[in-house]
Write a protein that binds this ligand. Structure first.
Ligand SMILES: [Zn+2]
Length: 157
């Protein structure tokens, strides 16, 4: 596979325009075979880090465009990654995708964020955040203090 120079901006296919048929054809050509669908199912499942792999039949139905079969966001991301790797991008860069974030500090354009977001541990708080420390469970001190105070209250009653 030819290596391509790293790029710093991403041409992400519009979600509606990327079909699994497009991905299949880029990888295997126009003839749809069970073996290729199996291979595609394995690669997509691995990239998506799925506990239960997609079946070749499911992939086949998507490639064929059968009614009632739709790519999930998880599969779409994996398919985009696979296409970029096919085009010579290394595996890590190929997994990068643009997303909207709210940042406390200035982030240079196209900053790579290599960790997963976690949800704040305060019950009811919907904030997802990138922790500053590995043991950080709350997105802010107020959430931490409220949760700890409530835990103390329930111990005393
Ligand atoms: Zn919170």
């Amino acid at each position: 596979m030819a290596k391509r120079k790293a790029r710093h901006s991403y041409q992400v296919p519009a979600e509606q325009s990327l079909s699994l048929a497009t991905v299949y054809e880029a990888l295997f050509g126009s003839q749809v075979t069970v073996a290729n669908c199996r291979s595609l199912a394995t690669d997509l499942s691995t990239l998506a880090d799925r506990g239960e792999a997609w079946s070749w039949k499911h992939i086949h139905s998507l490639v064929k465009g059968y009614n009632g079969f739709k790519m999930t966001m998880q599969m779409l991301r994996a398919a985009e990654t696979l296409l970029r790797m096919q085009q010579g991008m290394d595996a890590l860069e190929a997994q990068m995708h643009p997303t909207q974030v709210l940042a406390l500090h200035t982030l240079p354009p196209d900053t790579w964020i290599l960790t997963r977001a976690r949800q704040c541990a305060r019950p009811g708080c919907q904030v997802h955040f990138i922790a500053e420390r590995p043991d950080q469970d709350y997105h802010c001190d107020a959430c931490r203090q409220v949760t700890l105070a409530e835990a103390k209250d329930s111990e005393e009653t």
